[in-house]
Design a protein around this ligand. Structure first.
Ligand code: DQA
Length: 141
């Protein structure tokens, strides 16, 4: 089982950006947590982050025939990107959408998710643990 974890814009700023919303732990803390979990589960994990929409589209396209599942936090592109939705539909890889914060309890524009239509499940507001829950879901655990 090979899972690709994709993080969108500004998630590299975790620990610095709005700690009241996203917490004080850093992006590398998040990656470490995911790698440790993957090791425990005996699966292969790759983590990719970009601030650029087109690069995220390319990462999804490149996952075709390589990865069995995708865990994606598209960050702000969640609420704007038809291109990410189309890429996810194109590759047809089982995908879980993750948000660190509870997007349903924030501004109205965060309630809209363009990518959700291509995702099997959405996990929102569970902090960093949401990524581990998404991996477990894909594993059927
Ligand atoms: C986010 C929520 C988005 O609305 C926001 O733009 C982000 C992070 C989250 O993980 O809670 O950058 O996806």
């Amino acid at each position: 089982m090979k899972i690709l974890v994709i993080n969108g814009p500004n998630l590299n700023m975790l620990g610095i950006r709005e700690p009241d919303i996203y917490g004080k732990s850093t992006y590398s803390d998040l990656c470490e947590m995911i790698y440790t979990h993957a090791k425990q589960k005996g699966i292969e994990i790759e983590i990719y982050q970009s601030n650029h929409e087109g690069d995220l589209v390319t990462a999804i396209q490149n996952a075709y025939n390589v990865f069995d599942g995708i865990v994606i936090n598209p960050a702000a592109y969640t609420h704007t990107s038809v291109a990410l939705l189309d890429a996810m539909k194109a590759v047809g890889i089982r995908t879980v959408e993750v948000h660190i914060s509870d997007v349903s309890k924030r501004e109205d524009f965060r309630r809209i998710s363009y990518v959700r239509a291509a995702c099997e499940k959405t996990i929102s507001g569970h902090g960093f643990t949401g990524y581990l829950e998404a991996i477990d879901y894909l594993l059927g655990d």
